[in-house]
Design a protein around this ligand. Structure first.
Ligand code: ZN
Length: 448
């Protein structure tokens, strides 16, 4: 009797303990898991996220990056969109977006309905670039439309001290590397970007466009100063009026650009143009001719087409006697088949525009007296006659007073900027929020 009583008590105690444990474990479970209703999820994700003009909180957001050779149909079929729908959309969207222009690496976002019966895609958003996107509506009605992200233009004033290259300095300071390209263009004739030294400094004032906190491009650089080897080089953007495109001038109103002479020889005629395919009179072969031939009588002086430093002045079997001049970090010119190289023209010698560097001849691979003029831009031989070398005219006197008045204050402002290591730029915004949202949602879904 007593034994069975003890057993009953023990059983009751065990049952209570078990029940307690069970209750405790239930209480520890997330709310979402015990109330697995889609309606509640919307309430859990408090803040609506807007992107592409849509409330992303209404959808299950799936990210997709267009793969190599992946076409529109491939993408949609992965999300169970019927071929019929894809075919219809492909036709319907023709006037709005050329589907063949979808690029590998670009982002797509598939917005699906939140149901428990698998994914039901409602919209596909393709990002053409950081600003422009195309929305394909996959709902009951099929249609396509374009949209643009809101671009926010910000005034930027940055500066930096170079420790390696300009590019790396910009990058390590979270500034757009595009600035390096733009600065090297503006200062092409004043600063040698291949010889930048540690300690060289710069200040730049410009506009930058942002979408959702992410930089999407550089606007106009309004002013810049480059301090190279302890010397300041200023550049101010100036347009005489709104109807004309402006250009860059130094603090005295002198153009930042220098002009090339149209031809290295006076009173000559072009006997052969730059061509990627021409019949060579000597070799009798069809071959690229990367120079422009100026025919002139033997002994006619050949001039440097712009200021620079002589890089080569020698004889080579095909070139004959030739001179190569380095003008700046971007441009070089070369003059072939000279009868004689000019007096004092040696590597390392500085030459002025129009200075005589040699005389017309037919040395090397040439049939008659001419100079083969070769024009190098960024290490590539290009056609000088096709380059945009229509360099700015000197500023007319009537604009100069206006320019000087306007830039005086700008220069003072620039000078007041103290060189320092710029602060890192703000991180990316909405895209990441959307990512978080997606992962959060997925996390909750696991508990279903
Ligand atoms: Zn030639």
């Amino acid at each position: 009797m007593r034994k069975s009583y003890v057993l009953v008590v023990l059983l009751v105690v065990v049952c209570i303990a078990l029940a307690g444990l069970l209750m405790k474990s239930r209480m520890q479970q997330p709310v979402a898991a015990t109330n697995a209703k889609p309606g509640l999820l919307a309430a859990v994700v408090a803040k609506p996220i807007f992107k592409y003009g849509l409330n992303l909180s209404d959808f299950k957001v799936l990210k997709h990056v267009v793969k190599q050779n992946e076409i529109f149909a491939d993408i949609l079929m992965q999300y169970n969109v019927t071929y019929q729908t894809i075919d219809f959309l492909a036709h319907e969207s023709k006037s709005i977006f050329n589907l063949n222009k979808m690029k590998a690496g670009n982002n797509c976002t598939v917005l699906c309905e939140k149901t428990n019966n698998g994914l039901v895609p409602k919209k596909l958003v393709y990002e053409e670039d950081k600003v422009n996107y195309v929305v394909f509506n996959l709902d009951d009605s099929l249609y396509t439309y374009r949209g643009q992200n809101k671009v926010e233009r910000k005034h930027q004033e940055v500066n930096g001290v170079i420790n390696s290259s300009l590019y790396e300095t910009l990058e390590s300071n979270n500034m757009s590397p595009t600035l390096a390209v733009r600065l090297s263009e503006i200062f092409a004739w004043t600063v040698d970007f291949y010889k930048i030294q540690q300690g060289d400094k710069f200040k730049v004032v410009y506009d930058e466009d942002f979408v959702n906190g992410e930089s999407v491009g550089i606007g106009e650089i309004s002013s810049a100063v480059f301090n190279s080897s302890g010397k300041d080089f200023y550049a101010f953007y100036y347009a005489k009026d709104a109807a004309h495109e402006g250009d860059y001038y130094d603090e005295n109103g002198n153009s930042m650009k220098k002009e090339f002479l149209k031809a290295p020889v006076k009173f000559s005629r072009i006997s052969s143009h730059y061509s990627l395919n021409r019949f060579h009179p000597v070799t009798k072969e069809w071959k690229a001719h990367l120079g422009t031939d100026y025919a002139a009588p033997f002994g006619t002086p050949i001039m440097a087409t712009a200021d620079g430093i002589v890089e080569d002045a020698c004889f080579k079997i095909y070139n004959g006697n030739y001179v190569k001049i380095r003008h700046n970090g971007q441009y070089k010119t070369q003059y072939l088949h000279m009868s004689k190289i000019g007096k004092g023209i040696h590597p390392g010698v500085r030459v002025k525009q129009g200075e005589i560097i040699g005389y017309i001849g037919a040395t090397g691979l040439a049939t008659g007296p001419h100079v083969c003029y070769r024009f190098w831009k960024d290490g590539q031989q290009v056609d000088p006659l096709k380059q945009k070398l229509t360099f700015s005219d000197p500023m007319p006197a009537k604009y100069k007073a206006d320019f000087l008045a306007k830039t005086k204050a700008t220069k003072q402002r620039m000078d007041a900027i103290v060189y320092q290591a710029p602060k890192p730029r703000a991180e990316k915004a909405v895209e990441d929020v959307a990512d978080n949202y997606d992962s959060k949602y997925t996390l909750l879904r696991k508990d279903f």
